[in-house]
Design a binder for this molecule. Structure first.
Ligand code: A2R
Length: 305
């Protein structure tokens, strides 16, 4: 299939291009930036998702058969700093794409990448399936929940082949050091290079997160584009929550330094955890399962430049 990837220069986009090309697809990589590294892309295009006429030209010119919509403001503090921009890109940008597909390319499959954070912090202790109510808390999660509802309404009202992915936290080689796991790796590497090793300044290490390897996540996106049922949302998660303390400890072991921590009040937040997700739907419908152990992911982040 010819598959347009928006946000292709981003962390996930670069992995998705490779995943699609390796499975015989023709990725058309779109981002605002140019040029960007996309060796396995079939075509590389520059456009702003806020410009619907450019998007419709690209869909027609490249005879696009499916779209993976990743372009977004993805870093939560960026969204908090400029909510108007966040809502414009994450909501209006998604709407532009949906509307362009509806008007000009109605047969095109479209995967909208939402987030597990749309579920908020529900009281329930059991795993959440895709029918759980969306109760987003942060501006980022609110923007995604809004676009998630809009994408599903386009599938329902216009009978378009649109699907929604709700991934939990993901990481892997190439992620920006603003995100927690590469930031930890960077901090440990810096401490290991100083004598004596300074203690690591940390927030609340009791917080737990469910991290999936980005290469498993893009495998899920490919399967959903190929086999997912239009109109449905799909949770994606590893199902193995881990305390941030253990991740930091793992990097200290890799660096060969003792795990000495010092609490930084500016980084401290009360204990929180990512939602526990029920992933039966994607497993049963597509056969997807996470394959990469967390230790491998951490090793690959540690080794990545
Ligand atoms: O903001 P930049 O220059 O880093 O470019 C980002 C791009 N992007 C856009 N592309 C086209 N038109 C726009 N108006 C526009 N605004 C932003 O989307 C960046 O290259 C890409 C997003 O990549 P990352 O920030 O690295 O996000 P990541 O981790 O790959 O997440 C992909 C998706 C997002 O929808 C997340 O919210 C979701 O997965 O979890």
């Amino acid at each position: 299939m010819r598959i347009l990837i928006t946000g292709a220069a981003g962390f996930v986009g670069r992995h998705l291009i490779r995943e699609l090309a390796e499975h015989g697809h023709q990725p058309v990589a779109l981002d605002m930036r140019f040029p960007f590294p996309a060796e396995s892309a079939w075509r590389q295009v520059t456009a702003d998702i806020m410009d619907p006429s450019a998007i419709s030209r690209i869909l027609a010119e490249h005879q696009v058969e499916a779209v993976a919509h990743l372009a977004a403001i993805s870093f939560v503090p960026d969204g908090n700093a400029d909510p108007a921009h966040l809502y414009a890109i994450n909501i209006q940008g998604t709407l532009n794409l949906l509307e362009t597909v509806r008007r000009h390319r109605a047969g095109c499959r479209l995967l909208f990448v939402s987030t597990a954070h749309v579920y908020g912090n529900p009281e329930t202790t059991g795993p959440l399936n895709e029918t759980a109510p969306l109760c987003p808390v942060t501006p980022y999660a609110i923007s995604k929940a809004c676009a998630d509802h809009i994408a599903q309404s386009y599938a329902r009202e216009y009978r378009l082949p649109i699907l929604v992915a709700r991934p939990n936290n993901h990481t892997g080689p190439g992620q920006d050091t603003r995100f927690s796991i590469p930031a930890f790796a960077h901090q440990v590497r810096t401490a290991a290079g100083a004598i004596p090793h300074p203690p690591l300044r940390v927030g609340n290490l009791d917080s737990t997160r469910d991290f999936c390897d980005v290469r498993d996540v893009v495998g899920a996106y490919r399967l959903l584009i190929e086999q997912g049922q239009p109109g449905q949302a799909y949770n994606i998660a590893s199902g193995r929550p881990i305390a941030m303390r253990d991740i930091l400890g793992h990097f200290c072991t890799l660096a060969g330094i003792p795990p000495a921590f010092e609490t930084d009040p500016a980084r401290f937040r009360p204990t929180d955890r990512s939602p526990l997700l029920d992933t039966r739907r994607i497993r049963e419908q597509t056969g997807w399962a996470p394959r990469i152990p967390l230790e491998q992911t951490l090793q690959d982040v540690w080794n990545s430049p």
